[in-house]
Ligand binder design. Structure first.
Ligand code: COA
Length: 158
């Protein structure tokens, strides 16, 4: 069984993230989307809400699991018998930090390696912060997030 973990704050989960998950599913038998707690990022959507949204989004996809975690990704991987970390790589300066993180992760857990997927050329400019900025200024974010995420964000704004 080829298992991978795809971790992130996912505040919110965007179409860029969705693209990475869909492509990872072609490589792995099971992909766990791991919602990182990331309190320093002061999330717009609560962790449990982000988990709930992902569970709904992937309810018909048997190969996707959703979980949350406040520790190291490699420790989650170790405890759950996962050997790969999936990361999306955008042409906007991700490489250096990703190289450093992958090296550190492999040092901590030799059994776990990182697999990089190049972000789609149509979505590379998206980030969760930018999506929130557009949203907070009343802009249309429907091209950037799944509908279920958009609906939740509109509800949270009241
Ligand atoms: N499409 C769209 N946006 C993308 C993207 C893609 N394919 N890939 C990344 N992004 C965005 C993210 O939404 C995020 O946006 P934001 O900073 O505006 O919120 C940004 O790019 C950075 O993404 P990422 O590097 O995945 O950051 P993150 O905060 O979402 O999660 C973790 C980073 C997963 C490493 C971190 O939160 C975590 O889990 N840490 C646990 C501790 C750990 O193991 N650290 C590593 C030690 S070496």
């Amino acid at each position: 069984m080829r298992r991978a973990v795809y971790a992130g704050t996912f505040d919110p989960f965007t179409n860029g993230h969705l693209d990475i998950v869909e492509r990872a599913l072609k490589i792995f038998d099971e992909v766990t989307i791991l919602v990182a707690v990331s309190p320093s990022k002061k999330p717009f959507l609560e962790k449990d809400k982000r988990v709930e949204l992902l569970e709904s989004l992937f309810k018909n996809e048997q190969k996707v699991k959703v979980d949350s975690w406040g520790g190291l990704i490699v420790e989650y991987a170790r405890q759950n018998n996962i050997n790969s970390i999936v990361r999306g790589l955008r042409p906007t300066g991700d490489f250096e930090i990703e190289f450093q993180m992958a090296s550190m992760n492999r040092k901590i857990n030799h059994d776990c390696d990182t697999v990089f997927l190049m972000t789609s050329e149509k979505l590379y400019y998206i980030s969760s912060s930018l999506v929130k900025e557009v949203f907070n200024h009343g802009g249309d974010i429907s091209p950037f997030v799944p509908t279920i995420v958009l609906d939740e964000m509109l509800k949270s704004r009241g």
